[in-house]
Design a protein around this ligand. Structure first.
Ligand code: AMP
Ligand code: MG
Length: 494
């Protein structure tokens, strides 16, 4: 029996030109890789039902659960700055939506489920590696407190997909608050479909920003709200060393959650110019460019919304000025969120003039000496912690901050009013011991693809469920790569 799912679909009721109705293309032999039990519980889906063979058949699209209305969503987007008027789910299908325990609506989305009308040259399939990568990183991001799409389940297909070599195929059952992208708005704008644009805006507002549905100019309230969430999101990425890698407008969700874990990677050694993605030749999406690019994407959203700016010339003009002001405010919004986050990472609860210099000198030193980003901040957390047993992570840090810097930092902490225990607890929450390190992801993928061994994948996912916790048994997940383990390049894996 197909696992019962309490579908409550809304996107599939929008006009037919928003998507293509279709059925997933069945695969030969669905087999479960992993089921995310707590996420199933949250969504009100019976986890036991997902765990059996029927769960795998659901994830690969072999069985359609009752109430599913499978569609491939249409969208456009700017990819590396170039407008592509027709993208769309080329290897993904939206099964439908469920309303979670807390009342928040979520998409259930199959990624790698076969050809759609938007596949262009592609086969609509996904190799196992990218499915495992997305499962590991999206769930780690969630555990790290970053708004993100989630992974409910992954299954292998029993088929091979042909890339440079034949690889085992897999499908991810992805969960998102929605799959509405900046590029979805760009699709209707580029077609001159003002009615479609208005319907999409109403839908997105009601779903993600209900407090703004009655705004005098909904388009501008929407743009401002999207910008605010995006500024906060990018700052949070950077404060954990995350590089998205492919911030095209079709990979920016208007709800403010992270999406698309193709070529993403976390910094080991701190380097603000770092790029991992093999397709990012000019460093457009480098670590430090992520805020300027998000602003660029926000400007693309503003352009897409112009048709909804007002009824007459003067109104349109006024709104356009407001839109420009929103775009211009983005860099400072982001910088503020970033500064505040850095203060937290340093254990500071108050704001002093010299704090920014203190933080940037540390980053400068880390950059010059190639210090590990995650371990440096966790080392400070250890130093701020009174119980010596918790000092274990520091042993893994090869390049500690200089004594002179530490002395200044300690003097600054002494002026901060918070109790040391409370401070250390807060620092642990924002300075994780564990991140999904590239070499561990790579090792998990190699074991799975080359040897059919999923144990390293499961161990990594398990460890990352609690990234803040550290004891020496977790040292292998916390330590940076040895030179021979370093991952220089990541691939989209399409
Ligand atoms: P993505 O990397 O999933 O963000 O995809 C970017 C674009 O390429 C989207 O339009 C996808 O639908 C399309 N695409 C990527 N991989 C495939 C594939 N294997 N088959 C069909 N379309 C694909
Ligand atoms: Mg994408």
């Amino acid at each position: 029996m197909t696992p019962p799912i309490p579908f409550d679909n809304s996107y599939a009721s929008l006009p037919e030109r928003f998507y293509a109705r279709l059925r997933p293309v069945p695969v030969r032999a669905p087999a479960t890789i992993r089921v995310n039990g707590p996420l199933a519980d949250y969504l009100g889906i019976d986890r036991a039902a997902l765990e059996g063979d029927d769960g795998a058949a659901l994830t690969t699209g072999n069985r359609l659960p009752e109430g599913a209305e499978p569609i491939a969503m249409a969208y456009a987007g700017h990819q590396f700055g170039q407008f592509n008027p027709q993208l769309g789910d080329g290897r993904a299908i939206l099964l439908g939506e469920v309303v979670a325990r807390d009342g928040v609506r979520h998409d259930l989305h199959l990624k790698g489920s076969g050809i759609t009308p938007y596949s262009r040259g592609g086969d609509g399939r996904s190799p196992l590696g990218p499915v495992l990568r997305e499962y590991i990183v999206s769930e780690a991001m969630h555990a790290l407190g970053i708004p993100t799409t989630r992974s409910l389940m992954a299954a292998t297909t029993g088929e091979r997909v042909l890339r440079e070599t034949p690889l085992p195929g897999a499908v991810l059952l992805r969960v998102a608050r929605s799959h509405i992208r900046v590029g979805t708005f760009e699709l209707f704008a580029s077609r001159g479909d003002v009615e479609g644009l208005r319907i999409l805006l109403d839908h997105a507002l009601a779903r993600h920003y209900p407090e703004h549905v009655d705004a005098p100019v909904p388009a501008i309230a929407f743009l401002r709200a999207v910008g605010e969430r995006q500024a906060a999101l990018i700052a949070r990425w950077q404060l954990l060393g995350f590089i998205h890698g492919v911030m095209n407008t079709d990979n920016m969700l208007v709800c403010g959650d992270t999406i698309d874990y193709g070529p993403c990677a976390f910094l080991d050694a701190y380097d603000p110019a770092k790029v991992f993605s093999s397709i990012d030749q000019f460093g457009r999406y480098a670590y430090r460019n992520q805020a300027p690019i998000a602003r660029w994407n926000l400007a693309a959203l503003a352009r897409a919304l112009i048709a909804l700016f007002g009824e007459d010339e003067p109104a349109i003009e006024r709104t356009a000025e407001q839109a420009q002001a929103i775009i211009d405010a983005f860099p400072e919004q982001h910088a503020q969120a970033h500064r505040k986050g850095l203060r937290h990472k340093l254990g500071l609860s108050t704001d002093e003039d010299g704090d920014e210099a203190l933080a940037s000198e540390l980053l400068q030193h880390m950059h010059e000496r190639g210090a590990d980003f995650t371990l440096t901040f966790r080392h400070l957390t250890d130093l701020a912690t009174e119980t010596p047993a918790q000092h274990a992570v520091s042993a893994l840090l090869a390049v500690p901050p200089t004594d002179a810097w530490l002395e200044r930092w300690r003097a600054r902490l002494a002026r901060d009013p918070r109790h040391p225990t409370e401070r250390a607890d807060d620092m642990r929450a924002v300075n994780p011991a564990l991140i999904p390190r590239n070499h561990r992801i790579e090792a998990a993928i190699r074991a799975a693809e080359d040897q059919g061994d999923l144990a390293p994948f499961h161990q990594l996912v398990d460890a990352l469920e609690d990234p803040s916790r550290y004891d020496p048994s977790r040292a292998s997940f916390a330590r940076p790569p040895r030179p021979e383990e370093r991952v220089a390049r990541t691939f989209c894996g399409t």
